[in-house]
Design a protein around this ligand. Structure first.
Ligand code: ADP
Ligand code: MG
Length: 306
């Protein structure tokens, strides 16, 4: 199962996603963790030192990853024809939870039963010219080419706001945990996210989580304003606040979140892997027809044909 954490900056994405990761690791479950935020707080929270040379978006790394994933897929002529919406096909290779998998061997950092990856920060030669979205496209390729068994989890801490709709990320997770705080700003971002999910017809994968709240009236306020029930609850926690101020590691035992994570695993509106591939193919049809894609690499729309 692929799970992402989204929401306004400061809503608690990195805190909650790293605690959720610890919850899975404590049970010795298979985890592939991705820090897809430019600030790399997720890896920092689980005390993994993000090694620059392992960043999957570094151009020589992303080229190696693309070549591996293309495998023997005849529909992809070259790595230049492998665009962010390209779906897997016959002959494709995948990221799988296996210590011998090419991507794990070359770019993963191990912690317990998990392997961890990071997308990358801005490189100084990109200042003023490059946008973080370019870095994310290799993550989009990996996601569409990841095969997980039951009880294997891909967890991703994402960049802030509604960014996931400017690329395929909104469609590529079985569950998107939309974190909202009791604040007007956070509610506004959540509202936009939910609306975009409806417009994209992918809203089935969005679950609402309230974080850093103290009172029932805050839950009521959020539910009323978003017209949606809260699915998962994370109370304000003094130890989290204190420890994060002093840069100390927060453990699951500092919180009472275990039941909330049990619920996170259990709730299921049925956005399965079939939904992911169907939506990816729709996005591919649309993206591959853009003028600049056709001018650059020709018509690759047939990559999505069965
Ligand atoms: N449930 C909580 N209780 C207390 N403080 C929290 C809680 N969740 C997050 N915080 C604090 O809020 C701040 C922002 O959280 P963070 O996870 O970094 O947000 P994001 O990744 O969404 O930008 C951090 O200082 C964090 O310690
Ligand atoms: Mg963060």
């Amino acid at each position: 199962m692929k799970i992402a954490f989204v929401g306004k900056g400061g809503s608690g994405k990195s805190t909650i996603s790293s605690l959720f990761t610890k919850y899975l690791l404590d049970q010795n479950l298979a985890v592939l963790g991705f820090d897809a935020d430019i600030n790399v707080n997720y890896l920092q929270n689980i005390k993994i030192n993000a090694k620059e040379y392992l960043a999957i978006s570094k151009s020589n790394n992303s080229e190696k990853i693309k070549s591996f994933l293309i495998g023997n897929n005849k529909k992809i002529e070259s790595i230049n024809h492998f665009i962010k919406t390209t779906p897997p096909g016959q002959g494709s290779k995948y990221l799988e939870y296996d210590k011998n998998n090419f991507i794990i061997q070359n770019f993963g950092q191990k912690l317990g039963s998990g392997y961890f990856f990071y997308v990358g920060k801005y490189e100084s030669n990109g200042i003023g010219t490059s946008c973080y979205h370019n870095n994310l496209s290799i993550f989009e390729n990996i996601l569409s080419h990841t095969k997980l068994k039951e009880n294997e989890y891909l967890v991703s801490d994402m960049s802030a706001g509604t960014d996931a709709f400017s690329n395929t990320l909104h469609a590529q997770f079985n569950k998107i945990i939309l974190i909202v705080n009791p604040s007007q700003e956070s509610i506004k971002v959540a509202k936009d996210f939910l609306q975009l999910g409806k417009d994209a017809k992918t809203e089935k994968n969005i679950y609402l989580a309230i974080n850093n709240y103290e009172d029932q009236y805050e839950i009521d306020f959020i539910e009323k304003n978003l017209g949606k029930k809260v699915d998962i609850y994370f109370e304000k926690n003094k130890i989290i606040k204190q420890k994060s101020l002093f840069g100390q590691e927060i453990s699951l035992q500092d919180t009472n979140y275990t039941k909330s994570f049990d619920k996170l695993l259990k709730i299921n509106n049925g956005y399965d892997d079939k939904c992911i591939i169907e939506n990816l193919k729709l996005l591919h049809k649309k993206y591959s027809q853009l003028g600049y894609i056709i001018r650059r690499i020709g018509d690759v729309s047939l990559q999505a044909k069965d």
